[in-house]
Design a binder for this molecule. Structure first.
Ligand code: 7PM
Length: 256
């Protein structure tokens, strides 16, 4: 899964059209590099980020979704907002990536009413405050129980199990030790029986381990993606698609 940020300044400092064109071109490049899914997000969920309005988010993501009409890979919309989910689904996206795990009833309904896939992610707290003081008794067990509950809630709302993926939410209300424990314990989460998505790409835990700033975390990100896949992840959400695809080709060759 290749990441496309439809947020201002992500690719271009020009106007709205050039921002859309840059995001669309970036997505096309990721597809050429081997991405099987493109994840488009218009709200920065980085720790400490301020929320954006529905209107703003729609203005950011919808032109990018429309600009990618006809591409050969499914598009995922990274949002928590039911209105954005609905508009994106109407425009043809095939997956909803909700860092809030459909805990909003209207979001649950928007996905249940459509024939799309969904990724249910764990987080502790909200992006504004979640990195302040994350605490767990047993992070792997707690994330596992949360995700088990969200799978059950989604199924009860009419979302077929085959449409559901889960994600431990690396960096979302987790310390470095929590993130490492989750990576070590990924097989337990994979045991929940639905595809597991892992998002480690360029995250601050990799900066903490390597001392590299965000622009120099490609190698660490590829290593982390490979480790996640070895421990059962079926989807890796990454910025550096070409490098990750090469690494996974080696893993696949060894495993086959
Ligand atoms: C700044 C810091 C900007 C961190 C954006 C982020 C995930 C996600 C994100 C994830 C799923 C990023 C994060 N992370 N969705 N959205 N899983 N499903 O690194 O780990 O892209 S935002």
């Amino acid at each position: 899964m290749g990441i496309v940020n439809a947020t201002p300044d992500s690719f271009s400092d020009g106007g709205q059209h050039s921002q859309r064109d840059a995001a669309v071109a970036h997505a096309q490049r990721l597809i050429a590099e081997g991405a099987d899914i493109i994840d488009i997000g218009g709200e920065s969920t980085r720790p400490g980020a301020q929320p954006v309005s529905v209107q703003q988010e729609l203005e950011r993501v919808m032109p990018v979704i429309e600009g990618l009409r006809g591409v050969q890979v499914p598009i995922s919309i990274d949002t928590c907002k039911p209105e954005v989910m609905q508009a994106a689904i109407a425009a043809g996206v095939q997956m909803v990536n909700d860092i809030d795990a459909l805990q909003d009833a209207a979001a649950m309904h928007a996905v249940a009413a459509a024939n799309v896939a969904v990724c249910l992610m764990h987080k502790q707290g909200d992006p504004q405050t979640m990195q302040a003081q994350p605490q767990y008794r047993d992070v792997v067990a707690e994330v596992c129980e949360f995700l088990r509950g969200r799978i059950a809630a989604a199924e009860a709302a009419g979302i077929a199990r085959v449409r559901i993926a889960i994600d431990p939410g690396f960096g979302f209300g987790k310390t470095l030790e929590h993130n490492l424990a989750l990576l070590r314990g990924l097989e337990q989460l994979a045991g929940l029986g639905v595809p597991l998505l892992a998002g480690l790409s360029r995250k601050s835990m990799l900066g903490a381990l390597t001392g590299q700033d965000v622009e120099h975390r490609v190698h660490a990100s590829v290593a982390a993606a490979l480790l996640a896949v070895q421990r059962g992840a079926k989807i890796v959400r990454v910025h550096d698609v070409g490098a990750t695809v090469d690494a996974l080709k080696i893993l696949n060759a060894v495993n086959s």
